[in-house]
Ligand binder design. Structure first.
Ligand code: DGP
Length: 114
């Protein structure tokens, strides 16, 4: 998707602060962090929202979680704990339409979220 911000990162046209990448996913620090650790884990393939997940493409979601789990361990938040969340559509505050898993840690998390 030529007009997708995160596709431009995957293509190397925009260079975020990458903390992890493999053949399926890429992870980088959020430009507007909401916690001491705030990383976005994205698939290399373009999927606009979780409403677009299907039986054919859903395997990528497991890969996002495995990458986030590893990053949490590497960043030292695995034991105190962390939050992983995906927003879908405006009602949940999604602003970039390429699915991404937020990994948040390094502070206490409130529940319910805002
Ligand atoms: P969401 O609101 O769930 O769609 O999250 C989108 C996130 O993307 C938001 O936390 C801010 C982040 N973001 C937006 N633009 C950029 C950017 O250019 N670079 C980085 N690193 N993060 C960005």
């Amino acid at each position: 998707m030529s007009d997708c911000l995160f596709c431009k990162m995957v293509a190397g046209e925009i260079k975020p602060d990458v903390v992890y990448e493999d053949d399926a996913v890429m992870a980088f620090r959020d430009v507007n962090p909401q916690a001491p650790l705030h990383v976005l884990v994205i698939p290399r393939v373009h999927i606009a929202t979780t409403n677009d997940l299907t039986a054919e493409n859903v395997d990528i979601v497991g890969k996002l979680y495995l990458a986030a789990k590893q990053i949490a361990a590497d960043e030292g938040v695995a034991e105190p704990g962390y939050r992983m969340v995906m927003n879908c559509n405006p009602g949940a505050g999604q602003s970039v339409y390429h699915i991404h898993l937020h990994l948040l840690g390094g502070r206490a998390m409130a529940w319910p979220p805002g």
